[in-house]
Design a protein around this ligand. Structure first.
Ligand SMILES: N[C@@H](CCC(=O)N[C@@H](CS)C(=O)NCC(=O)O)C(=O)O
Length: 555
């Protein structure tokens, strides 16, 4: 763990290199970072090397040099061949698989479309036009068709993976004020090189950057205050109390100082020892008291303001990281007992805002995006139960896997469900939409799980943008992902027969090494579904669990 982190710097800067490329939101070849490996449940997968306990142990960020050497070694020794299969076996297997899953991706798209609501069907064209419900996929955002692309005054450079909290607050602010904008996605240093054009714009490489009316701004707060000054009236609601309201403006200043205090207290405990717990709790209590004293659910009353946008990315990451690394719970499911009722009410209020829910990450994504950004976070005893639940290993009551069907509400009490997304069926359709739209790239990405690691290696566990997919495994992975999609659309019972046949064929024609390669590929994909980048949490949970269902049949 990096205890030498500079805590006075209010930055989540990246010193450790992480990640892989690809995934769900590429139109064609846009890079998307990946997540370190997670796990399947101990109860469902008792005999495999994909055993939860083993992968969980591998996941803990260790000595980066050890990981480097491990990656180099495995780059030199791994193979991308089809294992024991020869070419004619493979061709035969491909033909059998083609006929075995009778639904093609086109069939799956039609099945999906027949089940989608009109709004869901309009998703891709709305994203393209920048209207309707916002998405992390937006390249432009016009809000409605009366705004014209040529009139856009703001370009936001934000991180590709939707990990950066400073980008999140600007992103949310633009949405909340309905300011039309363009998006340029830039890698964080921990998962790739920055484009030279961006380096020229921002020599430090830090994000966010915004160009507003031709002027470049490279600090999130400068961007936010400039937007607040320039965009007033009409659709652009004020996000600060008026100049005349001196007491509210003073309160805003006080709260903004409190935001920096809680950030520092969080950093100290997250990256340090239990000695910092007391100070963190003291500042958290101050936040609770301020919210309690507010005359509404937000920091400055009944409506969202700039102050809420400043707190949001960090309170969100505190809720996720403190339960994972320390076993300290801030956010609870509705109705559960908590020492922080006002903070919980604030989260509920934030989750009524599309601007916030668009940008919100899940606990799994945050708990694996924070260590590479910070250079390490320290685990403490007492966190294992929630750590295991968040990692997909097992539910807090120990009964079964936490990424296993049927999904347990609120991850067994650890992470509140995202009720605002709609029911289970909406989540399943969202997952199928993302896979089927981009299936070829996703199959190729997944097949890295059975491929070879890339040179140059990256130091975070299983992060590997230069990995080479295993070509031989692709048709089998493709067949399995079509089965996953069909199961999401029509239920697991509808695919069981086909699935049994596929599993039998993979094992008979391909042999055990081939089956293991398919499982490794599916697990690789499962563990790299990022929220909100690829899809919202309910969709990600469904997809992870349905992939696990298919994996469990193969082991
Ligand atoms: N003070 C800056 C901090 C921005 C910042 O720390 N950005 C981090 C990401 S969270 C960054 O760009 N790090 C370099 C990188 O990872 O590429 C701001 O408020 O905009």
């Amino acid at each position: 763990m990096n205890r030498g982190i500079t805590r006075s710097v209010a930055m989540l800067s990246s010193s450790v290199v992480l990640t892989g490329l690809l995934a769900f939101n590429i139109h064609t070849s846009e890079p998307v970072e990946a997540f370190p490996s997670a796990v399947v449940s101990r109860s469902s997968l008792p005999t495999s090397k994909y055993l939860t306990s083993r992968l969980a142990a591998e996941k803990r960020p260790g000595n980066p040099f050890q990981t480097l050497f491990g990656d180099i070694a495995s780059s030199l020794t791994s193979s991308i061949s089809g294992g024991s299969m020869n070419n004619s076996n493979l061709a035969e297997l491909d033909t059998i698989l083609m006929s075995m899953v009778s639904s093609s991706w086109e069939d799956i798209r039609s099945d999906l479309e027949s089940k989608q609501t009109p709004e869901e069907r309009a998703f891709r064209s709305n994203v393209e036009k920048g209207i309707g419900l916002a998405s992390p996929l937006n390249k432009i955002r016009l809000f409605d068709e009366s705004n014209k692309e040529e009139d856009i005054r703001v370009t936001l450079y934000r991180d590709h993976a939707s990990w950066c909290p400073y980008c999140q607050k600007v992103w949310m602010f633009l949405e909340e004020k309905k300011i039309p904008y363009r998006v340029e996605k830039i890698n964080m240093r921990c998962y790739g090189e920055k484009p030279a054009s961006f380096q020229r714009l921002q020599p430090s490489g830090a994000i966010p950057v915004a160009i507003i009316d031709g002027k470049t701004l490279n600090q999130s707060n400068d961007i936010i205050y400039t937007l607040e000054q320039l965009f007033t009236g009409g659709d652009h609601k004020p996000m600060l109390p008026s100049q005349d309201d001196t007491s509210k403006r003073m309160q805003a200043q006080k709260l903004l100082r409190l935001e920096r205090s809680i950030f520092s207290a969080w950093m100290n405990w997250l990256t340090g020892s239990a000695r910092s717990k007391g100070s963190f709790i003291n500042v958290l209590n101050e936040v609770e008291n301020e919210l309690n004293a507010s005359d509404g659910d937000f920091f400055l009353g009944e409506t969202v303001t700039l102050v809420d946008c400043m707190f949001a990315p960090f309170l969100e990451r505190m809720a996720a990281s403190m339960i994972f690394f320390k076993g300290f719970q801030i956010r609870v499911p509705k109705g559960a007992k908590t020492d922080y009722p006002a903070i919980n009410k604030w989260f509920d209020a934030m989750e009524t805002l599309e601007s916030y829910t668009l940008t919100k990450g899940c606990y799994y994504s945050h708990c694996w995006d924070l260590p590479p950004q910070l250079g390490g976070c320290t685990f403490e005893d007492g966190g294992e139960i929630s750590e295991n639940a968040i990692n997909g290993e097992r539910l807090p009551d120990g009964s079964r896997g936490s990424w296993e069907l049927p999904l347990e509400p609120h991850l067994g009490g650890v992470e509140p469900d995202w009720d605002w997304c709609g029911g289970e069926d909406v989540a399943k359709r969202e997952a199928v939409e993302r896979i089927s739209f981009n299936h070829a790239a996703i199959v190729s990405f997944a097949s890295r799980g059975a491929g070879s690691k890339g040179l140059i290696p990256y130091s975070a566990p299983l992060a590997d943008p230069n990995a080479v997919p295993n070509e031989a495994v692709k048709p089998s992975v493709d067949a399995c992902l079509r089965i996953v999609s069909l199961a999401l659309l029509n239920g697991v019972d509808a695919v069981n027969e086909d699935l049994d046949k596929i599993v039998g064929t993979l094992s008979k024609q391909g042999g055990s090494q081939h089956v293991e390669n398919v499982v490794a590929s599916l697990a690789y994909l499962r563990d790299r579904i990022g929220v909100p980048r690829d899809m919202r949490l309910p969709a990600a949970r469904q997809l992870r669990a349905h992939i696990n269902y298919v994996i469990s049949k193969m082991l």
